[in-house]
Design a protein around this ligand. Structure first.
Ligand code: ATP
Ligand code: MG
Length: 560
């Protein structure tokens, strides 16, 4: 795996950039990432972020973060702040922060230019009529021209100005570009450029009563900022002729080129902001940052590292063909990254007590254990051992099958980082449930001692009863239990929520080194998986810990 944030794998966009620099078309490149602040960013957006920032970084260019805040009804400051936090967390810093709303005046002036040159007009057909007049473009039938298409320029100018001044109610008029109602490209059939919205905008307040449509605002914003390569997802391919037409028909301040690439898609999740909003609003998840969400905020809280996400998208590459990446691949990236970097620790999720009957009562030994078995530079942690310890309930079986190498009556097992123990007695309650296991430890068997080399088949993890700390562990898994929750039309993805996407372990026992951690710290709980400390820890009486991912991919096994 490649953990280097600089993308090295080549792709067609990178090749275009290289050509443009070599041919002298551009001295330097400028990209932008243009989120609409109407929700949180998700893992798909991260692909676009890695691409835009990555390619500019690689070639010494610059990248703007531009909020596409052209719809006052759905956007707000909280989303903007969350987006900035997420981009920074991913490891990128923008050269400039802009808003499409910064350009409302310029956009308006360019629109006036189009009206004056006979290339835009004020329409008063209703939205339904406009749609109907657009005609059956799928069957190559031309649309019909609006009766308002030849409205005199002066009249359009006057109406447009009054639209801007707030004289009309929503929907009364729109401004349309005057292009070609017979174009095979539906977006060229006199597209709407402005609509009336008597709404307050979170940045411009009540100054504007008309708001630009995406196609109009986007390319012009690119041109104003001097963007050289405007990278967007494939669904905008059809919009490119319009993108270019707008730039050709105004005195454009720049000459950006739109280049489309395939969206990043993942199975076992949903990604559109609409669905994500539903999950939040219907309480199916706790919030946008629920660790089961494919949002950047959710992944962060889940314990994903920015390094793993960047490496994932760098390695997945950029192309023009749509595909769906399996969730197991993403999970492997975080697993591999944390395998390298996460300190090891022991935690018992479903504890049963073991008493080391020959261990001196009241005594504690602080054993040195490596934080990482292959990384001595990470140093050691100190793990306390005392007479009573917790082990995992399923690491003991009274009547085990042949290949069970953990603890059994009269059997021996090694305590991880400590001694070999032998089971001498099992205590059960009235229901036959094991309540206590008595063992004798071999005082010579610890590392550095004469009996250290003695081999037993199994090693289990454990935590001292006296020193262990109770923690709430949230065992997260995939949010959906089918690869394609959306499936065919009309299917309700809510029916495919994985009932085990969150299993709560209210009182797991963790070793002291974990309890010393702070939110965001990550660990490998030996033999179990990768875990991170949740921010909820600060408001609770005990640490709250999230499982990021299990040690091995159990879904892959299920598929086989
Ligand atoms: P969604 O459809 O998921 O709600 P969006 O495209 O409406 O997302 P924007 O805020 O408009 O969200 O997107 C900002 C940028 O991120 C756009 O350039 C868009 O093309 C890109 N983007 C969005 N989703 C993906 C994805 N799955 N893969 C790659 N880029 C994406
Ligand atoms: Mg959008």
């Amino acid at each position: 795996m490649n953990n280097d944030p600089t993308p090295t794998a080549t792709n067609f966009i990178r090749n275009i950039v290289i050509n443009d620099l070599e041919s002298g078309k551009h001295q330097s490149i400028k990209t932008r990432f243009p989120p609409e602040p109407n929700g949180h960013l998700h893992i798909g957006h991260a692909k676009s972020i890695c691409l835009n920032f990555g390619i500019a970084d690689e070639f010494g260019g610059t990248t703007n973060l531009r909020f596409d805040d052209t719809n006052p009804l759905k956007e707000n400051e909280d989303f903007m702040n969350a987006i900035m936090e997420d981009v920074r967390w991913l490891g990128f810093e923008w050269d400039n922060l802009y808003h499409a709303s910064d350009y409302f005046e310029q956009l308006y002036q360019y629109a006036v230019h189009l009206v004056k040159t006979g290339k835009a007009y004020v329409e008063e057909l209703s939205a339904e009529e406009i749609l109907e007049y657009r005609g059956d473009w799928m069957n190559n039938e031309p649309g019909r021209e609006s009766p308002w298409r030849d409205r005199p320029v002066e009249e359009s100018l006057d109406l447009f100005e009054r639209m801007k001044a707030g004289e009309f109610e929503d929907g009364k008029y729109v401004l349309r570009a005057r292009i070609d109602m017979a174009s095979p490209d539906r977006f060229m059939r006199d597209p709407v450029m402005y609509r009336i919205r008597n709404a307050s905008h979170h940045r411009t307040g009540d100054e504007w009563h008309i708001y630009p449509m995406y196609d109009w605002a986007h390319g012009i914003s690119d041109a104003i900022e001097g963007i050289t390569h405007s990278l967007c997802t494939l669904e905008f391919e059809e919009h490119r002729p319009l993108y270019d037409w707008f730039l050709e028909n105004i005195p454009s301040p720049g000459n950006p080129r739109q280049i489309e690439f395939a969206r990043g898609n993942l199975d076992f999740t949903v990604m559109s902001k609409r669905r994500l909003r539903e999950l939040v609003e219907e309480g199916i998840v706790s919030d946008w940052d629920d660790p089961r969400m494919p949002t950047i905020a959710g992944l962060r809280r889940r314990g994903y590292t920015p390094e793993s996400i960047r490496a994932f998208w760098d390695d997945m590459g950029v192309s023009k063909s749509n595909s769906i990446i399996s969730m197991g691949v993403l999970e492997n990236y975080v697993r591999n990254d944390l395998n390298e970097r996460a300190p090891r620790a022991m935690a018992v999720l479903d504890p049963v007590k073991v008493i080391l009957t020959n261990y001196p009562e009241g005594e504690t030994e602080w054993l040195e254990a490596p934080r990482h078995p292959q990384k001595p530079e990470m140093g050691n942690r100190r793990v306390p051992l005392s007479r009573d310890i917790w082990i995992e309930r399923d690491d003991f079986m009274e009547d085990p099958p042949r290949k069970f190498f953990r603890l059994r009556p009269d059997g021996e097992v090694r305590l991880r980082n400590a001694y070999i123990i032998k089971c001498t007695k099992v205590v059960k309650d009235a229901d036959g449930e094991v309540t206590e296991i008595h063992c004798e430890y071999d005082p010579e068997s610890r590392s550095g001692m004469p009996g250290a080399a003695r081999k037993v088949k199994g090693t289990i993890h454990w935590v001292s009863v006296e020193h262990g700390i109770e923690a709430e562990v949230r065992m997260y898994d995939r949010l959906f239990n089918v690869a394609n929750p959306l499936g065919e039309k009309d299917r309700d993805y809510r029916e495919f929520i994985n009932p085990h996407s969150l299993d709560m372990v209210p009182a797991a026992i963790i070793e002291p080194s974990v309890a010393e951690g702070k939110p965001g710290d990550f660990f490998q709980f030996e033999r179990s998986g990768y875990f991170t400390i949740d921010p909820d820890s600060e408001s609770r009486d005990r640490p709250v810990i999230n499982r990021t991912v299990s040690l091995r991919d159990s879904w892959a096994k299920m598929n086989k």
